[in-house]
Ligand binder design. Structure first.
Ligand code: HEM
Length: 471
């Protein structure tokens, strides 16, 4: 009877595995390649399928399914759903933890400082920070290994420099250490119970230290930068201190602190992963590397600042960035939960079902990317009139919108979609563009056995050397 009852309950549920996970599946998921894991299941069950790893979740993997999910989210029928440990470590006022009107207002408050027009203000400081960092790497990497940790500190430095106006190195290093401890607590076997000495307990203690640092930064900023001054007008901290929200009200201090922590977190491993993956692909793909070098030499001068418009429209540079993140998405999937029973494509999603929209599967879907969807080939994103664009290979379906394939394109959901689309997308793209231009303009890159940075939250090593070019 129990079996029959289960069968009845499972009527019209998406196909796939339910209940206890198979040991083989669990092992594959935990220690194997997660992208292969999900791709195999999609092949077996179809575009919408269920996994049990060990929690049960439905995976959506094609563009129209993602569009449906984003629509349902806008209507409030589906909500973001992080594990309780992530909710607690991020904090009650984090952008990722709030919903509806509160979410909209918090985003609206920060959004202007991450708009395409505004991020141009960060170009100069990002350029200087990148060049200094690369100089440092060229001395460091004589021992030839740069670990993801170096990239992570770099991502943090970039964010601090651009958003806060300056970087206190000692504070940055302490912040980085606390940040690592804090991130480790996202997954904890004790859940949200603060057993002294556990990862979660240490993460919550690190969170308190980080928030105290942010508090101090805000106070200090206010003291040093009066209203109307350059930094007050042009930095994220300036916005937090002096700006008001839609109705003249500013988020309170605790909302600001959680908001900032969320923004720092969201831009940290993601930017790190994208930079590491770009280096990996460029080191292995001589056609891409040569084309990038040629373009950089033609478009950008070593001795002057970079031009934003050229950075945004350089065809090879941008095609390489789009393609890097398409084959190695810095965020693999987004977690959601149904707020009520929903029916889609004849499948029933009971209330409280966990759903992941799979960024990696949608971005490698053979219906959207017909030619070798799993392989890195930046040429798919080149404009039609580029000399490396071959119309007999590329049908140009993928590169319809060359300027920004992420603009409302559900087959390129690298920055998510709908009401929670990445807030820092333009900032991230600016960082990546400047980083690649200054790297290839000034240095030779030699990579030995680099590990692919396909899963940014893992630690990885990119074994490479930077050799300063003499000309
Ligand atoms: C959200 C990707 C960099 C801030 C997201 C989401 C994705 C994403 C996929 C949606 C998550 C979901 O639907 O659950 C990326 C990638 C990046 C990047 C690929 C770099 C290559 C950044 C940077 C910042 C940032 C640099 C900030 C400076 C945010 C914030 C959210 C978000 C605040 C939450 C939005 C919300 O819940 O309303 N990002 N991100 N991201 N991102 Fe990014």
């Amino acid at each position: 009877f129990q079996e029959l009852a289960l069968l009845f309950q499972r009527r019209h549920l998406p196909p796939g595995r339910y209940g206890l996970p198979l040991i083989r599946e669990l092992l594959w998921f935990v220690i194997g390649n997660k992208m292969d894991f999900f791709a195999e299941r999609k092949k077996k069950w179809g575009a919408i399928f269920n996994v049990s790893i060990p929690f049960t979740a439905t995976i959506l993997s094609e563009q129209e399914d993602l569009q449906w999910l984003f629509q349902m989210e806008r209507k409030g029928f589906i909500k973001i759903s992080w594990p309780a440990t992530v909710v607690a470590t991020l904090g009650p006022n984090a952008i990722a933890n709030v919903f509806g009107e509160q979410h909209r207002r918090l985003r609206a408050f920060f959004q202007p400082w991450f708009s395409p027009a505004f991020v141009e203000n960060y170009l100069g400081v990002i350029d200087v920070t990148v060049q200094e960092e690369l100089k440092e790497w060229a001395t460091l990497s004589s021992s030839s290994t740069l670990s993801s940790d170096v990239f992570k500190l770099f991502a943090l430095r970039l964010f601090f420099a651009a958003s806060f106006g300056k970087v206190d190195e000692q504070m940055l290093i302490t912040f980085h250490d606390d940040f690592k401890t804090w991130l480790d607590g996202f997954i904890s076997i004790t859940g949200t119970v603060r057993v002294p000495g556990t990862r979660f307990d240490q993460a919550m203690a690190a969170r308190e230290r980080i928030l105290t640092t942010i508090d101090h930064l805000i106070d200090q900023f206010e003291k040093e930068n009066p209203e109307g001054s350059d930094l007050a007008e042009n930095t994220v901290l300036g916005r937090c201190v002096y700006a008001s929200g839609e109705d003249g009200l500013c988020p309170d201090r605790s909302q600001l602190k959680d908001g900032l922590l969320n923004i720092i977190f969201a831009g940290h491993d993601t930017t790190t992963g994208a930079m590491g993956s770009a280096i990996y692909h460029l080191a292995h793909q001589s056609v891409a590397r040569d084309a990038l070098l040629e373009e950089i030499n033609n478009l950008f001068s070593k001795s002057t600042g970079l031009d934003m418009e050229k950075l945004k429209s350089a065809p090879v540079l941008n095609a390489i960035i789009w393609e890097t993140m398409r084959v190695d998405p810095p965020v693999l999937a987004g977690p959601r939960r149904t707020e009520q029973e929903l029916v889609y494509k004849n499948f029933r999603f009971p209330m409280n079902s966990l759903i992941f929209y799979s960024i990696s599967l949608a971005a490698t879907d053979p219906n959207a990317y017909e030619h070798r969807p799993l392989e890195f080939d930046f040429r798919r994103f080149l404009p039609k009139d580029h000399k490396l664009y071959d119309p007999t290979i590329w049908n140009h379906k993928e590169s319809r919108d060359i300027v920004d394939p992420a603009q409302g394109r559900a087959n390129y959901p690298i920055f998510g979609g709908g009401s929670r689309i990445c807030l820092g997308k333009h900032f991230a793209l600016l960082e990546l563009r400047v980083f690649l231009v200054r790297l290839f303009q000034n240095y030779e890159l030699s990579v030995e056995n680099g590990t692919k940075a396909w899963l940014p939250i893992n630690t990885w090593n990119v074994n490479f050397q930077l050799l300063k070019k003499t000309t």
